[in-house]
Design a binder for this molecule. Structure first.
Ligand SMILES: Nc1ncnc2c1ncn2[C@@H]1O[C@H](COP(=O)(O)OP(=O)(O)OP(=O)(O)O)[C@@H](O)[C@H]1O
Ligand SMILES: [Mg+2]
Length: 491
């Protein structure tokens, strides 16, 4: 049950408003002045504060600042009887979730409360990078959105506001900034959370297939359409569909999506029947959509529809203080996934992280920490290990670090012509030319990769499989195929 603290010098308001909120299922605490409110927050932080501006003693704005200093991320809604924009601007500028004019309508304040509570929940994040803090029983779903910077607070607020509506939301941001995670947050905090969340990656699916993937087809719609197929949009019925990389959607599909947005109905390919669909659409892109419109790659009418509600993710560099929070988050999550102890970071290693420009944003940070964790030898990750982890990234182009590179192979391959791997490949090509050079090289690399993973994990096949991104049975089959000896260490 969410707990709300009401701070107002008007006893009657405290009482009547408190009653209304209690009947809505909230737990209510009350304070009669700013000072008492601050004390209440310090002794036991509520989930939300609703506070008047003008009170004897410190003002609501001052009290809010003290509360948020004591409890960052606490959502505060300011009430004011004076419609001055000064207060409104001041309040939101200083961190109020929102402000509302007195007198207010109950449905309005309830909607605002819902949004503020959602934003507050999204804010919770881990704080330190000491290993002992990693087991904090907090919200540990791998999907937690981490961030305390002002820039991310704004994103959380926007999510809080947009989630409960059914509006189409466009999520913009560079590669690796967390667009998919935000889409999932919008879904999880919306009214369709218990219904499907269907992701369509418009770049990953070839243009020729995207249309039938999305809209489905009737038997005989085209050669090869042997039976009817229901598309992803229909599969998402009553749920949410996430159109990822929408900036890359082919023109014919754009027209159909536009029609879906306008008329809320679709037709399967080769079908005559119009099918009403009830889906919420979320979309993301890292493209310059304005340029795409100018160049005729994106329909202008679709663009205007898409951009009505936009959430823009800041670059990781613009999220002051978030790198260390994210590092703590990733270390504890990765340690769990790889079944390793979380060694923590030394302050110097953390300094290196904060100084790095992160062209690949949060995804790059996650990949660097994964490498650092693998290089670490049970002691806190030190600058040398961190340098190795950061240094092994070669290509700073967005998306280049999408997948964690296998150590060794690519590195050696990129290191230059005289790297051992290159030399080996050249040999194989000479010796086996016209024979099976390709298979031979791949087998050798596969064998070494698996051997390395087994060595790093002390022979633990489950961990090695996770590290390699293989299933355990596949790994075991390969161990047999390559005749690898596994010396299992006692864990
Ligand atoms: N604020 C965050 N807190 C925790 N993890 C995050 C955050 N932002 C991103 N991540 C993690 O970083 C990785 C990249 O995020 P995501 O896939 O959502 O990015 P994206 O913007 O969709 O990237 P792309 O444009 O390359 O598809 C994921 O592993 C995600 O879990
Ligand atoms: Mg993405």
């Amino acid at each position: 049950m969410a707990q709300i603290l009401i701070v107002d010098d008007d006893a009657q308001l405290r009482q009547s408003f408190g009653k209304i909120l209690e009947s809505e299922g909230f737990e209510i605490r009350a304070a009669a002045c700013g000072e008492a409110g601050v004390e209440a927050v310090k002794s036991l932080p509520p989930d939300l504060v609703i506070m008047d501006v003008r009170m004897p003693g410190i003002t609501g704005i001052q009290a809010m600042q003290q509360m948020r200093a004591a409890c960052p991320g606490l959502p505060v809604v300011i009430m004011t009887a004076y419609g001055g924009t000064e207060t409104a601007i001041e309040a939101t500028k200083l961190g109020a979730f929102d402000y509302i004019l007195k007198p207010f309508d109950v449905p309005d304040i309830l909607r605002l409360i819902g949004q503020a509570l959602t934003a507050g929940r999204l804010t919770r994040a881990r704080v330190a990078i000491a290993p002992e803090d990693s087991e904090d029983g907090g919200d540990d779903s791998g999907d937690a959105l981490v961030g305390r910077s002002r820039a991310m607070q704004d994103v959380f607020k926007a999510i809080g506001r947009a989630a409960p509506t059914d509006a189409l939301v466009l999520i913009r941001g560079e590669s690796g900034t967390g667009k998919e995670l935000v889409a999932r947050a919008l879904w999880q905090h919306g009214s369709r959370a218990d219904k499907p969340f269907v992701v369509i990656n418009c770049v990953a699916i070839p243009d020729t297939l995207l249309e039938s993937e999305l809209f489905g087809y009737e038997k005989g719609a085209f050669t090869g359409a042997g039976s009817r197929r229901v598309g992803k949009i229909e599969q998402a019925q009553r749920g949410t569909i996430f159109l990822d990389e929408i900036g890359d959607m082919p023109m014919n599909v754009q027209a159909k999506i536009l029609r879906l947005l306008q008329e809320k109905q679709i037709e399967r390919l080769g079908g005559r029947e119009t099918i009403p669909v009830d889906v919420r659409i979320l979309a993301a892109t890292n493209r310059d959509m304005e340029a795409a419109v100018a160049e005729g790659r994106l329909r202008e009418d679709l663009y205007y529809r898409l951009k009505v509600v936009t959430v823009t993710l800041p670059h990781l560099r613009e999220r002051e203080g978030d790198v260390s929070l994210l590092a703590a988050h990733f270390l504890s999550r990765l340690a769990r996934e790889l079944d390793m102890q979380n060694p923590g970071l030394t302050p110097e290693a953390l300094d290196m992280l904060t100084a790095h420009p992160w062209p690949g944003n949060v995804r790059e940070l996650g990949n660097v920490l994964k490498k650092a964790l693998i290089f670490s030898r049970g002691c806190p990750i030190d600058p040398e290990e961190m340098r190795q982890a950061i240094g092994t990234r070669r290509d700073a182009s967005p998306g280049a670090d999408r997948n964690t590179d296998p150590r060794g192979a690519q590195e050696a391959a990129q290191a230059g012509g005289d790297a051992p791997l290159r030399a080996f490949i050249r040999h194989a090509l000479m010796d086996e030319a016209g024979n099976a050079a390709f298979e031979h090289v791949l087998d050798a690399v596969a064998r070494d990769t698996i051997a390395e993973a087994l060595e790093i994990t002390g022979g633990n096949r489950t961990r090695a499989a996770k590290l390699l991104g293989l299933s355990r049975p596949t790994l075991i089959a390969k161990i047999e195929k390559y005749g690898l000896k596994v010396t299992t260490q006692v864990q």
